[in-house]
Design a protein around this ligand. Structure first.
Ligand SMILES: *Cc1c(COP(=O)(O)O)cnc(C)c1O
Length: 396
């Protein structure tokens, strides 16, 4: 049986009747822009993550853009962001005329390396964007401390981490802003594009609300330049259908991750990183690379609740594409997130060299990582096929 990397139908089709009812509700109301479905979704997400304000927007990308605009980031400003993330994190910075400065990442949790971030702060640095990559929080205590020392604004890119926590607090609620995405492959996946911004700051919230609607407040009066970054009423109603099931989806992903870890650790050559050693991640990673280990399993730090947007292996010794091709040949979906780090993207080549330096761990990871199916609806036999496929590769 083929095992897709993600099967959105397995999650959405059982809810068809509820989606249809939600569609009819909006259709019959005739309210397609703004209105009660949006407010209700915003209230429900604010409650889910424990944020004071939630503002629905058109995508996870536009959520980052609105947050940066609300913080007046623009030409002359530098914004620190990880080199190992999805493009949107840095693309938004550049679109506003500011300069993304790429920071290396931790080889254990894949998140922003705070020592490298500290080394790259200049008098022009205005903000830092930690990304909670693959569903696990970055080191937010350390990050907030660094930001506090240097007066930096913090935008948490929590596109992959809605509902994940750091020391019992939800990712996205600790910085000045948190941004979420409801792209279909995210943990709370919609039926199209949309996203959301959260903040605990009343002024920033009001500004974000205006910015998503052309900076218009009151109607036809523009004290600032915004855009059309609105979420649809229809999309909001559809997302509200999935929200009550969200905790169950997360449990499913966590159960799959626990199963993979338990089964795969029995295979010779497979190890798991030790989160107790996060302070010396580089040394640990070097030791792993020098050992006989061939494959490293991802790990959740004990202070994080990981929601496993991706379950990402590190395949050592240049064997990543061999494993990838082996799994694909058996009909097992897998994907490289991300094959080219942001500091090496063609579009960023014109940036000053200083903003594209020293991202060696990110470069190494881009050659080693492979994400395997982790979606909540995987069947037991599908999980076993994945385990068997990986074990075969190690025995070969
Ligand atoms: C998906 C994603 C985004 C962008 O979200 P969209 O809704 O697709 O615009 C931004 N940052 C990260 C880390 C993402 O994974």
């Amino acid at each position: 049986m083929p095992v897709p990397l993600l099967d959105v139908n397995a999650q959405n089709h059982p809810l068809e009747a509820e989606f249809t009812a939600a569609f009819q509700r909006v259709f019959r109301s005739g309210i397609f822009i703004g209105g009660p479905e949006i407010t209700a979704l915003e209230d429900e997400i604010a409650k889910l993550v424990g944020a004071k304000h939630a503002i629905g927007v058109s995508s996870g990308t536009d959520a980052i853009l609105v947050a940066l605009m609300a913080l007046d980031i623009g030409p002359g400003d530098e914004v620190l962001c990880p080199a190992f993330t999805f493009f949107a994190t840095a693309g938004c910075v550049s679109r506003l005329g500011a300069t993304p400065v790429f920071v290396d990442v931790c080889p254990i949790c894949f998140n922003i390396d705070l020592n490298d971030a500290a080394a790259k702060i200049t008098s022009r640095t205005k903000a830092i964007i930690p990304v909670h990559l693959f569903g696990q929080s970055a080191d937010l205590d350390g990050l907030m401390q660094l930001a506090g020392q240097h007066g930096l604004r913090v935008i948490e890119d929590a596109a992959q981490a809605i509902g994940a926590t750091y020391r019992e607090r939800a990712c996205g609620t600790i910085g000045d802003f948190g941004t979420y995405s409801f792209f279909p492959s995210k943990n709370l996946g919609g039926l199209g594009d949309s996203g959301l911004v959260v903040t605990n700051d009343d002024t920033l919230a009001a500004k974000s609300r205006a910015l998503r609607n052309h900076g218009m407040e009151p109607k036809y009066y523009h004290s600032m330049i915004g855009g059309n970054f609105r979420i649809d009423a229809l999309q909001s109603a559809l997302l509200r259908v999935k929200l009550p099931h969200y905790a169950g989806y997360t449990k499913g992903r966590q159960a799959n991750a626990a199963y993979y870890i338990e089964r795969l650790l029995q295979v010779p050559g497979i190890v798991q990183a030790d989160p107790a050693h996060c302070k010396c991640a580089a040394a640990q990673s070097a030791a792993l690379t020098a050992s006989d280990a061939r494959l490293v399993l991802p790990v959740a730090y004990p202070h994080n609740e990981h929601i496993w947007n991706q379950f990402t292996l590190r395949v050592l010794h240049g064997q990543r594409d061999v494993l990838k091709n082996h799994l694909l040949s058996k009909g097992i979906g897998c994907e490289v997130y991300y094959p080219l780090t942001l500091d090496r993207q063609e579009c960023f080549a014109p940036l000053p060299a200083a903003s594209r330096q020293g991202c060696e761990v990110a470069h190494q990871l881009s050659t080693e990582v492979l994400s395997i199916p982790i979606f909540a609806e995987l069947s037991e036999s599908q999980r076993d096929e994945v385990v068997t496929g990986i074990a075969e590769f190690l025995q070969a």
